[in-house]
Write a protein that binds this ligand. Sequence first.
Ligand code: ADP
Length: 443
Amino acid sequence: MLKYLSDDGENDEKSYLIEQYKNKIKHLEYRVSYLEHIAKISQTLNSTLELEPLLKTITQVATELTNTEACSILLYDKASKKLKFMPSTSSVGTNKLLTISVPLEGSIAGWVFKKGRPMLIRDVKTDKRWNQSVDDESSFVTRSILGAPLKIKQDTIGVLELLNKKDDIGFTQDDIQIATTLAAQVAVAIENARLWKDVQKAYKDLQELDDLKTQFVSLASHELRTPLAVILGYATFLRDEVSGQASEQLEQVLSSAVKLRNLIDDMVNLRHIKKEDTDLDVTIFSMKKLVQDAISEFDNLLKAKALKVKVSISEKDDPINFEGDRQKIYLVVANLLSNAVKFTPEAGSILVALGRKGQKIILKIADTGVGIPEAEYHKIFEAFYQVEPVLTRRYDGMGLGLSIVKGMVDIHKGSVKVESVPNKGSQFTITLPISVDLSLENV
Ligand code: ADP
């Protein structure tokens, strides 16, 4: 057809095509800018939980992209059953808007909220659903509105409104798409912020509950200790005074009281598991003395079970001094010894070996007891974990000893390792780095 056209006609056709290309390029530029804005918002959405600045950006972008005068975000308030403006609203007189509530009935925002669908009103004056009162109170003059619901899955939580299209063509299909996309981003941002708030609250509640539990445990253990000390004192005193059946019964009272005291000690030591309880009372002390003190505390129990104890302290390494919290390291040794005694059958053996390897102290406590299956190695260091099921277990305890051991060793930047052969025995190896090798005599 073109070849039959006159020169003028050809020129007309060319300029028409150029015009069309220009329009296409303009449209593409607009789409690119739109996508850039959306991508930027998505990026911010993923990196921040601060709701207000994010919503402010979204409302600004919304007015820019749609060429409108203002953008409001309204959230449904369950208590008043009305929609309330959020501070991110980009419009003149925002402060006034914050005090205004929009009813669900007789308002365009209310309609969008209830139906969960976008709505476009080119001239609000001709629409009965328009609520004049907001304009009256905010001194803003609304001409046209585009509303989109804020949806989280099936629930509508509020409305995004774009007000007064600045150009003559009025709102277009593109504007509806922009409003819907931005409304979805607003909804995600609000949901994220809500979830974050809920998590924070749950965490705070949990923390309070945990503090209460700790307070209760320390109070209860403290209150139980005193009467128990009296029982143990009198029972020990009576040991020499009674004989025969009474003596057997007294031994039972004593052994039950000792069990109870061990449990209470575990309760007292619970606080040591808390990672934040890292107050260290650092001194330089002899590890040899500490190990000997701990072993002598178990004298009676070792004798009662006829357990043989071999202590091996490397002569060439002696004196082995350590700079750390003595009380906490003592707890480590005492807990490992207590387990070795508890889990080793009568007439078994316990080996305690102490030595140095370079800048490290190595302490091994081995026994010929029931052993630990390899699959349980990592679990036994968890608080309240015991290899035997609660209902059928043969050994006392609360499953706290090894978690205390691990906690105390961690504080001193050391490590703890277990090796075991079931029914043959277990060996726990503690490695403690010597920060400063002072090698003091008679500490
Ligand atoms: P518990 O108070 O039960 O001894 P621990 O935390 O000290 O708690 O130990 C956890 C579990 O690890 C024990 O219940 C036991 O099953 C196992 N265990 C610890 N030490 C030994 C050991 N020397 N021999 C055999 N099993 C052990």
